[in-house]
Write a protein that binds this ligand. Structure first.
Ligand code: SAM
Length: 160
């Protein structure tokens, strides 16, 4: 068994009988290009300072949604960990038999395999963002982009 959890189940891990999917109506809004071809190549967590340059290719219909994104040095990226199994309820990340619940982990293996990273925005090239700080496979579908919470000043007026 490798350090990276593939599709194999480790001793003691509990799997769910998954209920019928309810469609949240997600639309992939682009694709993420990284130098990581396999899960084993991916870092466990992206490094927004020293990590390799990666490209977030926003799909053409969503280009207007990038307006003013350059105002933000740090961006929160949400992506769909498309190769992750979705039925694990407990996991043994260190493969040492000690179990933790999926919701107490940042493991990619989860009922809704959404990954998030805070990245440094290096530059924008049209509808491509060049960033540092990702940990996902090349070709991972993009779900959303938003300014990172720290350093973000709310644009909308206060609620009454
Ligand atoms: N930074 C994200 C988070 O905290 O939500 C993801 C963390 S997860 C520990 C990162 C690992 O997910 C990578 O090291 C790799 O093993 C795995 N991974 C990356 N891209 C994936 C993909 N598209 N499908 C399945 N697993 C992926």
């Amino acid at each position: 068994m490798t350090a990276h959890h593939g599709d194999a189940r480790r001793p003691g891990e509990i799997c769910a009988d998954l209920p019928e999917a309810t469609d949240a109506g997600l639309r992939f809004v682009g694709v993420i290009r990284t130098p990581f071809a396999t899960r084993a190549d991916c870092p466990r967590r992206g490094d927004a300072e020293q990590g390799p340059d990666c490209r977030i290719e926003v799909a053409a219909p969503y280009e207007p949604a990038l307006l003013a994104i350059e105002d933000h040095a740090r961006i929160e990226v949400l992506y769909w960990l498309h190769e992750a199994r979705r039925d694990l309820l407990t996991q043994s990340p260190k493969s040492d038999g000690a179990q933790r619940g999926t919701f107490s982990l940042r493991s990619p293996l989860r009922p809704n395999p959404i990954g998030t990273s805070i990245v440094t925005l290096l530059r924008r090239e049209g509808r491509v963002l060049v960033v540092r700080g990702l940990d996902c496979l090349d070709g991972t579908p993009l779900l959303d982009l938003k300014p990172a919470r720290c350093g973000y000043a709310v644009v909308a007026p206060d609620k009454a």
